[in-house]
Design a protein. Structure first.
Length: 162
């Protein structure tokens, strides 16, 4: 959903995945491209996709790979962390962090004003609905959770209560 929202806002979006199929699916949603984060040196390849190779203004880290996310930033860039499925602890080299004046922001949900802004944005822009990866009946909540943990899906996993 982040790719769709950012593309609708006119941002140039680059994604990471260990799956070329997922990178291609993100391109279909408006991403300019992507890199395989399973390969050595991927942060350098990602930065090379930015103007003058300077790095990204903003990185959304939905899996908890802070050190790598920060390595992709331009000086003064910000990393917004909204998940920790790849790890629940982070080690950062402190000196480059403060010398390059990065911002590290954690978030789970926005405020009511943020929600109002999102709804206003959706009214003003053509944003496709979220991609649904798979739907499970509530009785198969454990299987739905396994699907999430597998990392194989692309999009939302939905529980159906009826």
């Amino acid at each position: 959903m982040a790719v769709s929202l950012a593309a609708a806002a006119g941002a140039r979006v680059v994604v990471t995945s260990a799956s070329e199929a997922k990178i291609e699916a993100a391109r279909d949603l408006g991403a300019a491209g992507g890199v395989d984060h399973g390969q050595d040196g991927w942060t350098s390849r990602a930065k090379a996709m930015t103007p003058r190779g300077a790095g990204f203004d903003l990185v959304l880290d939905s899996v908890g790979r802070w050190a790598e996310a920060v390595a992709c930033l331009r000086p003064g860039g910000r990393c917004v962390v909204l998940g920790a499925s790849a790890g629940d602890q982070a080690v950062l080299d402190v000196r480059p962090f403060y010398f390059d004046q990065y911002e590290l922001i954690g978030t789970t949900m926005g405020s009511p004003a943020d929600m109002a802004g999102l709804l206003s944005f959706l009214t003003a822009h053509a944003v496709p609905p979220p991609v649904i990866d798979q739907t499970f009946p509530l009785s198969q909540a454990a299987a739905a959770h396994q699907r999430l943990e597998s990392g194989e899906g692309f999009g939302k996993v939905v529980l159906r209560h009826r």
